[in-house]
Design a protein around this ligand. Sequence first.
Ligand code: CP
Length: 300
Amino acid sequence: MRHFTTMEQLEKQDIYELLEEAKRCKKQNGFKESSEAFIANVFYEPSTRTKLSFEAAEKRLGYTPLNVDCDHSSIQKGESLYDTVRTLQALGAAAVVIRHPENNYYNQLQDISIPIINGGDGSGQHPSQSLLDMFTIYEEFGTFQGVRVAIIGDVLHSRVAGSNISALQKLGAEVIVAGPSEWTKRVDQSLNVMTVDEAVANADVVMMLRVQHERHVETLDMRNYHEAYGLTVERAETMKETSIIMHPGPFNRDVEIASELVECHKSRIFTQVENGVFCRMAIINAMVRANLVQELKGVM
Ligand code: CP
């Protein structure tokens, strides 16, 4: 595996190895593996959590983050994605983290010899978010077998849903989806659909999704969204005693989730953010090491 681009590419064993590596990173909290090498971060779309937690992970591992300012780089002069990344490779980056609005953008980067780590592609995949979500669920329940995860909201346009459905099914969890009917279908994935009320009451994990306005063709009337499809305080009261609330963020308070639930005792939303750093450390370690092994094989 040269690039880290989708959850589909990972075998069950790969996911468990990354989860164990993340656990080790969390335990050791702050060890350094590398020095002087740098990792480039190229975000063509806005980000707080992914960008900053990759940067934090790089610093904790001893790498220097090189943040490409897309608004003031030659991207503004029309430089292509390939040429930008090829330039970063020539500058000596050990890996490149990329967020891009185009689904499968990484297909045009197959000839790049340093690891491409996908920080989110359009409505396609968000594998590093998925790994931290898997880590948070595994930490909570100690298993995926029999854990029922309800993914609720804009499933169609969510790259987090894209990656999580695939990873959860692979790991043996039960996935259910709920939300507006036009958003609970993904052509590439077979899904068990329930009403929001049924999903919230029956799930072990209630995973709420942001409405992805930026990927919608038509404007939606959001006035009744919270009551119709959101996690209201009343709905949360029907959750099982042991069940938890997750959200990849950024969250819209009182739209998909009631403001007072964001930090309630069932919420793991900020645990997800914390775990994101350790999971991204694990991904960087695995990818850079694998690339070094490939380079050494090439020399021998
Ligand atoms: N969850 C997530 O990808 O958040 P950001 O857009 O802030 O990176």
